[in-house]
Design a binder for this molecule. Structure first.
Ligand code: SF4
Ligand code: MG
Length: 303
């Protein structure tokens, strides 16, 4: 559904913020890109949406449903956004227009992309609102965002992302800044959209463990492990993935140190200065290799 190949993104000739990233997001699945801030996950999402700033230099390929989207003009990208790809912004962010009613906003993508008349679109929008638990939709469609609770606004944002009929939903940190109760709610809503292909970026490992069927871990602008969630959470392979899972409180350890990726040029592996298994080999850049059912970028695996 989404095929990213050798994606490299650079700003102002600085070292790449995303380097040689490849990922295939299967149709109908739920894929979570996990990483801390600065790992390149949000920039990757922006590249898929075609909303990178103008000074970004991008190489590689991003195909959506088989069609290349890198390098498309804004006019062509607009057709894809909303129609093919729905976007769900961060959970805690507002993301809604305070001057438009909820109904107007949820129906907007339907008017724009499905060519429906306003009142038809509103009826469809209301059906979406009901499906996502915004009931009674008749009443709530007339409300302005500030009169809704945070949880309801979140549902409205999801309805906006989904209503245009997009087969692919991209979500940026959908649990960020939310409490446990609302995180559970978001997970439930995402499951409601099960017929779609979902790609989330998140720093929230627990969320990923509950929602993902494929996990892609990024560190220092590179993918370091890609695996089915089932085997990933049972037996992660990359030293960074292991560190992340060991840092969960139920595993009795604390959070790993929050360093930025290595600026020590001697090590070509960005994780080297935090890696308990670093060796002389790691002066050379590790390539992505297959290790059982996982893909791992680490010298501990492969030949
Ligand atoms: Fe650690 Fe070396 Fe693997 Fe990098 S390549 S994660 S430094 S063992
Ligand atoms: Mg981010």
């Amino acid at each position: 559904m989404i095929e990213i190949k050798n994606l490299t993104i650079q700003f102002n000739r600085q070292p790449p913020v995303v380097e040689d990233m490849s990922l295939t997001v299967p149709e109908g699945g739920r894929t979570v890109i996990l990483g801390e801030s600065g790992s390149g996950k949000s920039v990757t999402l922006a590249a898929i949406l075609g909303i990178l700033p103008n000074d970004a230099a991008v190489r590689g390929s991003i195909k959506i449903g088989g069609d290349e989207v890198l390098g498309l003009k804004e006019r062509e990208l607009r057709k894809i956004r909303g129609k093919v790809i729905g976007y769900i912004p961060q959970g805690s962010g507002n993301g809604m227009n305070p001057l438009m009613t909820v109904g107007e906003q949820v129906s907007e993508p339907l008017v724009e992309h499905s060519g429906l008349k306003k009142d038809e679109a509103l009826q469809k929008a209301k059906a979406w609102m009901e499906r996502l638990g915004l009931a009674p939709a008749d009443k709530l469609a007339k409300a302005y965002p500030h009169t809704l609770s945070g949880g309801m606004r979140q549902r409205a944002l999801m309805a906006m992302g989904a209503a245009g009929g997009a087969r692919i939903l991209l979500a940026d940190e959908p649990t960020k800044g939310l409490d446990e109760k609302r995180i559970a709610e978001v997970e439930k809503l995402l499951r409601t959209l099960d017929d779609r292909t979902l790609l989330c970026v998140s720093h929230d490992i627990r969320f990923a463990s509950r929602i993902a069927d494929t996990v892609c871990v990024m560190y220092g602008g590179k993918t370091v492990e890609v695996a089915a969630a089932k085997t990933f959470f049972k037996k992660p392979k990359h030293p960074y993935s292991k560190m992340l899972l060991e840092a969960l409180p139920e595993n009795g350890l604390n959070c790993p140190g929050g360093y930025a990726p290595s600026i020590d040029k001697r090590f070509a592996c960005a994780f080297a200065h935090r890696c308990p298994q670093a060796s002389g080999k790691c002066l050379e850049a590790p390539k992505m290799v297959r290790a059982e059912q996982h893909y791992v970028r680490c010298h501990l695996y492969g030949a």
